[in-house]
Design a protein around this ligand. Structure first.
Ligand SMILES: Nc1nc2c(c(=O)[nH]1)N[C@H]1C(S)=C(S)[C@@H](COP(=O)(O)OP(=O)(O)OC[C@H]3O[C@@H](n4cnc5c(=O)[nH]c(N)nc54)[C@H](O)[C@@H]3O)O[C@H]1N2
Ligand SMILES: Nc1nc2c(c(=O)[nH]1)N[C@H]1C(S)=C(S)[C@@H](COP(=O)(O)OP(=O)(O)OC[C@H]3O[C@@H](n4cnc5c(=O)[nH]c(N)nc54)[C@H](O)[C@@H]3O)O[C@H]1N2
Ligand code: SF4
Ligand SMILES: [Mo]
Length: 860
């Protein structure tokens, strides 16, 4: 079968992928050597895309309530309910909640319908939770939301500063590029993150600053550069507008104390910065997801503008995007705070958009930002909402309130490719969407590069493209202008809008593509708008052509209290994507972290009375969840970290989304997900246990459970109260071998069929449980013995390989440590040569490096 060039489904690096179908629902996946974002590389998530394209868990048909409906009925129903709601309560009573996982074409049609035809700007997106602060900062500083750098700059920089970015896990192919540059030219690396992540571990300097002290750090650095006469006088005179009194806003409080770092480390950072004019400051959610996120981003941009480190090779403030099409959503105007194609809401711009769309109306001004949108739903102001390609019941801050809002909204439409998600439970209408490998259109990555996602699989069931769903509803609402023949015709219209009466006022102008033929669209190769360095030789898109310094002042979050003395940080794991609807399908990707952990410093753990491997309850003013404890010096004292990935589908208890409050940045409206007041204490269940099973087990009825895929089935961790024997309900029906010691509270149950283990359950009131790995492996053999299974171990014990580090080759921690010690391995390369680990996607190389006896200084 022929190989199709497409783009990865996941992060904003935007890697090119070669997909070669090997059957109706299978394909081999490789990096595209010609794609300028990755030159053939893929990380663990991209490399295992093939494990996520089966038909398992898919939504195949439109549903109205619990009944399967035809597309005609479902679309008519949506159109009628939206029209009726608008007729009765006005256009602002309806809303659309979109996603950076929609294609540009999907996004364009949704934005056009809402802003131009329904006439409300109540369309916002999960990018509000992700990129809004960077967008707001770009607009404040440059006049337009333009990322001023390209990946090439990473190769040319002498100093790379990563701020609030766990690049090694979240943008691994950018990370590998940084590592190559460091090996080639000794690029210095500074990581600014309260946690010692695998990214921080590899840095020349790691500043584990106090949460949300970034503004103090960067204004302090600007003050330092000024007092040591290192600003760029020419840039300041010619290219940058300095507001009156700006320099007076740079007080010099005790920066090291505010950031809670050693003065020598602060000085080391300031010296590195002063000595290396080719500096890239790359930032993501540690900056954006903050109640001071916009100010943080502007503090970074101010520094680059005032020192002339922008628009030159290897220099600039580089906001990297999270989702595959976070950037495309910003381009079309999918945020409630922009109109379309980088235009705002002035009368002239509204008039221009309306004339371009030839629409009956146009929205009057900005609409509800995500948190406000859900708040308006809870208050009954929004009476119909369409949610597309996002799972807000899990991912919104104060997720309990988001669910109250959805439950309170009279009409909820959800377009998703998966049949059961936490959000779909609230839907009156469910619309089956095409997923990755089936959908067709464009995405834009972190460096403004537009690439094609192409279909290489047939549509499953009745699933249809998101843009088609919106266009159909628009047409059924009686609107003209939505009869698009294909994705290419949507793209042409969007491209035309970027150039419509632009006259050089907006850098986003891809109108050269407005006449692209269907064939040329099909064959499109990646291209970048704005060029590699948009501000190298061009004025800034402001009225006077100058960029702006924006006064920003460190404002600590003042919600610390005696009741909630800790700070809660939330974020990502290397091998899971958000709410796990897709990466959770991959057995390989599920091995790196099998449970959601709360990471805590040893001193704090001791004070709280929680121990490594036990369970802890984490509580904020908004909710409580239970997590497995990981005690680690990589956390700051008093800070906790939990992952965002587990939902009601995959756990009870382990849901991070319940915990952060709705507090948000006053300018961007982005929630401060990374720094919430919290408390924690040990959770002592009556019993703990686990289940391995070939078939997907039912939902356990106990206080804590988590469920993940394994090579031949599932692993469910359990903890609860009452009678442990009640868990036998999780076992399949049929003949089982069982061992119950009621006095000591031990329950073991195994079910085999013709030498194949079907399921095994282990529950115990004392902590002792057998190691999981051998039992997980037994699901895959034809020669399991119920005797051995009940014993929880083989008659002749083998080495427990330990937690999986390299998912590509299934290499565990114990195997790695054994090889390193026995064979005296000292480099990541040598480990690879000895046992393969780290030689495929490379995502685990930072973790392997950490195990080596002597840390390599640069290249892994
Ligand atoms: N594996 C994986 N990769 C992903 C994703 C995924 O789900 N899984 N999602 C994608 C998406 S949508 C996004 S947005 C990106 C996110 O990518 P990242 O931003 O790299 O990921 P996070 O884990 O959310 O947070 C980054 C770091 O910010 C730090 N931080 C917290 N508070 C502060 C602070 O006050 N100051 C500073 N300087 N740092 C702080 C955290 O400790 C954390 O290590 O990842 C993308 N890539
Ligand atoms: N506490 C905390 N919360 C966070 C964050 C954090 O760091 N901490 N990060 C925030 C950030 S940066 C982000 S980006 C969000 C992400 O949060 P979400 O967007 O809610 O997470 P996903 O799991 O990516 O949800 C995507 C949904 O769309 C479906 N889907 C996938 N492809 C398609 C498609 O082509 N069409 C349609 N119609 N559906 C599709 C998937 O099955 C899934 O249900 O989470 C935010 N929430
Ligand atoms: S870095 Fe990984 S997840 Fe991100 S686009 Fe590339 S392969 Fe996909
Ligand atoms: Mo994101």
């Amino acid at each position: 079968m022929t190989t199709v060039k497409t783009t990865c489904a996941y992060c904003g690096v935007g890697c090119g992928v070669l997909a070669t179908p090997t059957g109706a629902r299978s394909a081999t996946i490789a990096g595209d050597p010609e794609h300028p974002a990755n030159f053939g590389k893929l990380c663990s998530k991209g490399a295992h895309l093939g494990e996520t394209i089966g038909l398992e868990d898919r939504l195949f048909h439109p549903m109205i309530g619990t009944r399967q409906a035809s597309w005609d009925d479902a679309l008519d129903h949506v159109a009628q309910r939206f029209a009726a709601t608008i007729a009765e309560y006005g256009p602002d009573s309806v809303a659309f909640y979109a996603s950076g996982q929609m294609l540009t074409e999907d996004y364009y049609v949704a934005n056009k319908l809402m802003k131009g035809f329904i006439g409300t700007a109540n369309i916002d997106t999960n990018s509000r939770l992700c990129m809004a602060s960077a967008v707001a900062a770009h607009v404040r500083a440059f006049g337009e939301d333009v990322v001023p750098c390209s990946y090439d700059d990473l190769d040319a920089a002498d100093l790379i500063v990563l701020v609030g970015s766990n690049t090694a896990w979240c943008h691994p192919v950018i990370w590998q590029r940084i590592e190559v540059a460091r090996a080639a030219r000794g690029t210095k690396l500074v990581v600014i993150d309260p946690r010692r992540t695998e990214t921080a571990e590899r840095a020349d300097l790691h500043l584990a600053i106090a949460p949300d002290s970034d503004v103090a750090l960067f204004t302090g650095l600007l003050a330092h550069m000024r007092s040591s006469w290192r600003l760029d006088g020419t840039a300041l005179a010619e290219r940058v507008h300095v507001p009156d009194g700006f320099w007076k806003t740079l007080p010099n409080p005790d920066v090291a104390r505010t950031c809670d770092i050693a003065p020598a480390d602060l000085q080391a950072f300031y010296d590195l910065f002063a000595d290396h004019p080719r500096t890239i400051t790359l930032f993501s959610q540690g900056v954006n997801q903050s109640t001071s996120g916009t100010d943080k981003a502007n503090a970074i941009i101010n520094l680059h503008l005032a020192t002339g480190r922008i628009g030159k090779p290897g220099a600039g403030p580089f906001s990297i995007t999270g989702q595959p099409n976070a950037m495309g959503g910003r381009e079309v105007g999918g945020l409630a705070s922009t109109l379309a194609a980088h235009m705002g809401f002035s009368d002239a711009e509204r008039d221009r958009a309306q004339r371009f769309w030839q629409s009956p109306t146009i929205c009057s001004g900005p609409g509800f930002k995500a948190v406000d949108m859900f708040d308006a739903m809870a208050k009954g102001k929004i009476k119909a909402v369409w949610i597309m390609a996002t799972n807000p019941a899990v991912s919104m801050p104060d997720a309990r309130m988001a669910r109250v809002a959805l439950a309170n909204c009279p009409f909820v439409v959800v377009s998703d490719c998966i049949a059961e998600t936490d959000t779909l439970r609230f839907a009156q209408v469910k619309l089956p969407a095409l997923g990755w490998g089936e959908k067709d259109g464009t995405v834009t990555n972190s460096e403004r590069r537009v690439s094609r996602q192409r279909a290489f699989l047939a549509a499953p069931g009745e699933a249809r493209a998101d843009w088609w769903q919106v266009a159909e509803v628009a047409t059924r609402m009686g609107f003209a202008g939505f009869d698009f023949a294909n994705a290419a015709s949507v793209f042409r219209e969007f491209a035309a809008q970027t150039g419509f009466e632009n006259g050089g006022t907006r850098l986003l102008d891809i109108s050269g593509q407005a006449t692209i033929s269907d064939a040329a669209y099909a064959a499109m190769t990646p291209f970048q708008w704005g060029g590699t360095s948009p501000f190298a030789d061009r004025a800034f898109p402001t009225p006077d052509g100058k960029a702006r310094l924006v006064p920003v002042v460190h404002a600590p979050r003042d919600d610390a209290s005696r009741a909630y003395p800790l700070r809660l940080n939330t974020g990502r794991y290397r091998d899971q994507w958000h709410t796990m609807t897709r990466t959770g399908l991959s057995p390989k990707l599920s091995q790196h972290r099998r449970e959601p952990l709360v990471e805590v410093h040893p001193d704090t753990a001791r004070r709280l009375g929680i121990t490594d491997g036990a369970l802890a309850r984490v509580e904020t003013p908004n909710g409580a969840s239970i997590f497995r404890v990981a005690v680690t010096p990589d956390q700051r004292r008093r800070d906790l970290f939990v992952p965002i990935h587990w939902s009601d589908q995959t756990s009870a208890g382990g849901r991070a989304g319940l915990l952060p409050g709705p507090d948000r940045d006053p300018i961007s409206g982005q929630p401060g997900f990374k720094n919430s007041p919290a408390r924690a204490g040990s959770y002592k269940p009556d019993w703990t246990g686990f289940l391995v099973s070939r078939e997907r087990p039912g939902i356990p009825d106990c206080v804590y459970w988590t469920r993940i895929r394994t090579a031949h089935g599932w692993l469910v961790e359990l903890a609860g109260e009452g009678d442990p024997a009640a868990m036998i309900a999780l076992m399949p029906k049929g003949e089982r071998a069982e061992m119950i010691d009621a006095r000591r509270g031990v329950v073991r149950s195994a079910m085999l069929a013709e030498g194949q283990l079907q399921a095994a359950l282990f529950v115990s009131r004392s902590a002792g449980l057998p190691p999981r790995d051998w039992l997980i492996g037994q699901l895959g053999t034809d020669e399991a013995s119920s005797f051995e299974v009940l014993a929880g171990r083989p008659a002749t014990p083998a080495l427990d390989r330990g937690a999986i580090v390299c998912v590509c080759f299934d290499v565990g921690l114990n195997s790695l440590l054994a090889a390193i010690t026995e064979q005296r391995l000292v480099t990541v390369e040598a480990v690879g040569a000895a046992i393969n680990a780290g030689t495929n996607c490379g995502s685990c190389r930072p973790a392997i490096a950490k195990l080596l006896p002597v840390q390599e200084s640069v290249h892994v």
